[in-house]
Write a protein that binds this ligand. Structure first.
Ligand code: GLN
Length: 496
């Protein structure tokens, strides 16, 4: 069974025609995982037995003539900072190395109820802190397009698993770009929904005012199908929105011809790799060919976004990570004499260097004497950034920017320079600060054959419009769509 380029639509067609069973599909993917995971390192935990048992249940239902819809029979991968009942959830950290949650995240429950099959838990940066997946206690993930490069982060395992056909759809989480940047580096589609669109219950908190779970898939339609399932209000998450959910799949073909596309001039300046600039400008011209009108918009506070994000995100992280103290769950250091020593040693040995850096930064910006100068000011800048978007959206329907300033960089290239690493997030963090939905989709390749991502941003809760534009672009310019990969042979994984 060839699972390369497999989409939900293709899978459902094959299941309905009885050409294949869910069990066969899962086994074919597990066979690939067996072969490729030692190289790519995308899965931290593989749940073979549970998945096969589940597949058999679904096959039994199909054999009664049941018509697959939603995510029925779809093999999915879950980022390892999203809780899965009875399945180890490590957050790619030593401190949770053996943590088995007693409950599942709402998004996971919903996937299950929709008929998905969980194949395993994907590698990521420790507690989702990073842009390259190199901050994992389980080792880095490699980019399937070029094994010497990073897959992006922090949901690097999820994006690489989708790109390498080691699952059909994956869940990631996005606090400052962690779904979109890896999607861009791995040539797949990744959506960060509006803050509150998807329940955060069971997502291990990093920056609670920024975090969202988002789907990663090979096509926009598959992203839409997954969002349809995971979106919605949840009594367990007070910040989830009690608003109607659009029919995202039906909206994919809605009219985008009269679209007004906002192009922020600040997003195309210094620091942007010429190849990325060219690819995104080509995408913008293609949108124009499709009938969109271009509007120049301005995001005057964009230059403060990185500083703003790294104050707010670290402040929230320092508070959220206080719970990992070795008392109730997770790793506990041994050979200690006092309680204080136990806390200290547990956290010292349990957390990696980047997580400790964030906790220290966050504690500093919240400490008395510095609170007003850093944290309070950052909250004010956050409001200014939100206003920038509100103003821009009075003149346009969607905004377009690059997803990341460069294509995937080399493993080790930025790891010793945190500031350099943080700059990779320049186009993505503002979206979380403003709580907006945004998608990254493939729009071209670098001269080295690496995928380049384009980011589309919509007003709050306008995911339907966002996905429609993205889908129709993909139909007209199938840069890295699975059908283009196979026919044009543009997907090159020399070493796989
Ligand atoms: N790279 C950003 C960070 O390190 C974003 C991470 C994320 O979205 N989880 O904080």
């Amino acid at each position: 069974m060839d699972v390369s380029g497999l989409t939900i639509e293709g899978l459902h067609r094959a299941l309905e025609a009885r050409e294949v069973t869910v069990e066969e599909i899962c086994k074919a993917i597990f066979e690939r995982i067996e072969r490729l995971n030692t190289t790519l390192n995308v899965y931290i935990t593989v749940t073979y037995e549970q998945a096969i048992e589940r597949a058999r249940e679904l096959d039994a239902q199909l054999s009664t003539g049941y018509k697959p819809t939603g995510l029925y029979g779809v093999p999915v991968a879950i980022k390892d900072n999203i809780c899965t009942k009875g399945i180890r959830t490590t957050c790619a950290s030593r401190i949770l190395e053996n943590f088995v949650p007693p409950y599942s995240a709402t998004a996971v429950e919903k996937l299950h109820a929709a008929g998905a099959v969980i194949l395993g838990k994907t590698n990521c940066d420790e507690f989702a802190m990073g842009s390259s997946n190199e901050n994992s206690a389980f080792g880095p993930v490699r980019n399937p397009w070029d094994l010497s490069r990073v897959p992006g982060g922090s949901s690097g395992g999820s994006a690489a698993a989708v790109a390498a056909d080691l699952c059909v759809v994956a869940l990631g989480s996005d606090t400052g770009g962690s779904v979109r940047e890896p999607a861009s580096f791995c040539g797949v589609v990744g959506l960060k929904p509006t803050y509150g669109r998807v329940s955060r219950y069971g997502l291990v908190a990093y920056g609670s005012s920024l975090d969202q779970i988002g789907p990663i898939a090979k096509t926009t339609a598959d992203v839409a199908r997954t969002l349809q399932v995971i979106a919605g209000w949840d009594e367990h998450d007070a910040t989830s929105a009690n608003l109607p959910i659009d029919d995202y799949l039906a909206a994919l073909n809605s009219d985008v011809q009269s679209l007004r596309l906002g192009v922020p001039k600040e997003a195309f300046g210094v620091g942007l790799a010429p190849e990325v600039k060219r690819a995104v400008e080509t995408a913008i011209a293609n949108f124009e060919t499709m009938g969109a009108s271009l509007v120049e918009v301005t995001l005057p506070h964009l230059e403060y976004a990185i500083a703003d994000y790294y104050i707010i995100a670290t402040a929230e992280a320092s508070a959220n990570l206080a719970r990992f103290d070795g008392v109730r769950y997770g790793y506990r250091a041994e050979g200690v004499e006092t309680l204080a020593e136990m806390y200290q040693k547990t956290r010292d040995l349990g957390f990696g260097a980047e997580v400790k850096r964030r906790i220290m930064l966050g504690t500093y910006v919240l400490s008395s004497g510095y609170y007003d100068a850093y944290y309070l000011k950052a909250q004010k800048v956050r409001t200014l950034l939100e206003q920038d978007f509100r103003n821009a959206f009075t003149a346009c329907d969607l905004i377009v920017t690059p997803t990341a300033p460069t294509p995937a960089f080399k493993l080790g290239e930025k790891i010793s320079d945190p500031l350099e690493m943080y700059l990779a997030d320049i186009y993505t963090v503002t979206i979380n600060l403003a709580g907006l939905p945004a998608v990254s989709f493939p729009c071209g390749f670098s001269s080295d054959g690496l995928p380049i991502g384009c980011q589309l941003i919509a007003p709050h809760f306008q995911e339907a419009r966002l996905l429609a534009a993205c889908h129709q672009y993909e139909q007209n310019y199938p840069t890295a769509h699975p059908s283009a990969r196979t026919s044009a042979g543009s997907l090159r994984w020399p070493s796989l």
